[in-house]
Design a protein around this ligand. Structure first.
Ligand SMILES: C[S@@+](CC[C@H](N)C(=O)[O-])C[C@H]1O[C@@H](n2cnc3c(N)ncnc32)[C@H](O)[C@@H]1O
Length: 225
C-alpha cells in the first residue's frame, strides 16, 4: 500500500498520462490501457524492451532505434512539450517503431509496467535539482521509482544506464543503486555497448564539462527481495 502522498500524486497523474502510437498517430489516455502494458501486443513482436526516462528532445530514441532495430524502445517523458518535440523528431526520421508515454516515470513504472519485462532503463541527465530544498524531488530519491526499477527489470540481464554532468548527483545515484540489491555496478570495460549522446550530452561536451556515466545490472546470482 502506498503512502498517502504517493496515492494523491498517482490520482493526479492518472489524468495526465497518455500512450502515443507513432504508427497510427494516435494518443490514448493511460486510463484506457490495460495494466500491465502488454509489450508483445503493443509492438507486435517479442523483442526486448528498453525504456528511456526523460527523453527530452528524443535524440537518444531516434539513434538507438536506428542502430538497434531488434530492440523495442519506449520513451517516458513528463513534459508534454518534449513529448511533442520527440514525436516530431521521430516522425521526421521515419521512426515509427518507438512508443512514447507522456507520464511521470515513478507512476508509470509502478502502475503500468509488468514484472521482469524490461531489458534496460536509460536515464540520461536526470534533473539534478541543485537547490537543497528541492533535492527531495530527485528521481533517485523516490522509493516508488527504485522499487519499480528492480521489480520490472529482467532478473538476470536487466540494466540501468546513467549519465550526468552533475558530479554530486552522480555519486548519490551510484551509492543508491549499489545499495539496491540485486543491482550491481558494471565496470565500464565490461560492456561492449557504444553510448549514444543525448542533446544534453552534446551541449555539455561542447562546453567542456565532464560527463559521468555508469551501468548497473541485475545480478543473476541474487534473487529479488
Ligand atoms: C535535463 S533533461 C534531459 C533530457 C534528455 N535525457 C537529454 O539528456 O538530453 C531531463 C528530462 O527529464 C524529464 N523528467 C524529469 N523528471 C521526470 C519524471 N519523473 N518522469 C518523466 N520525465 C521526467 C524532464 O521533463 C526533462 O525532459
Amino acid at each position: 500500500m502506498h503512502e498517502l502522498r504517493y496515492r494523491k500524486f498517482f490520482e493526479l497523474m492518472a489524468g495526465r498520462s497518455a500512450l502515443i502510437d507513432l504508427r497510427k498517430d494516435k494518443q490514448t489516455s493511460l486510463t484506457e490501457i490495460a495494466r500491465p502494458i502488454d509489450w508483445q501486443a503493443l509492438f507486435g513482436n517479442e523483442n526486448p524492451v528498453e525504456i528511456e526516462i526523460g527523453c527530452g528532445k528524443g535524440r537518444f530514441l531516434l539513434e538507438a532505434s536506428r542502430q538497434h532495430p531488434e530492440t523495442n524502445y519506449v520513451g517516458i517523458e513528463r513534459a508534454l512539450k518534449y513529448v511533442q518535440r520527440t514525436k516530431e523528431r521521430l516522425l521526421k526520421g521515419k521512426t515509427t517503431g518507438v512508443f512514447l508515454i507522456w507520464s511521470d516515470a515513478a507512476y508509470l513504472v509502478d502502475q503500468y509496467i509488468g514484472e521482469d519485462t524490461v531489458e534496460a532503463y536509460h536515464v540520461y541527465f536526470p534533473d539534478p535539482w541543485p537547490k537543497k530544498r528541492h533535492r527531495k524531488r530527485r528521481l533517485f530519491r523516490n522509493e516508488v521509482w527504485l522499487r519499480g526499477l528492480v521489480r520490472t527489470l529482467h532478473p538476470s540481464s536487466g540494466r540501468i544506464h546513467i549519465a550526468t554532468d552533475y558530479a554530486a548527483y552522480f555519486y548519490e545515484i551510484h551509492a543508491c543503486l549499489t545499495n539496491t540489491p540485486p543491482l550491481v555496478y558494471l565496470p565500464p570495460d565490461s560492456l561492449e555497448i557504444e553510448h549514444i549522446p543525448t542533446s544534453f550530452e552534446i551541449k555539455y561536451q561542447a562546453e567542456g564539462r565532464k560527463i559521468y556515466r555508469a551501468v548497473y545490472q541485475m545480478d543473476s546470482a541474487s534473487h529479488k527481495a
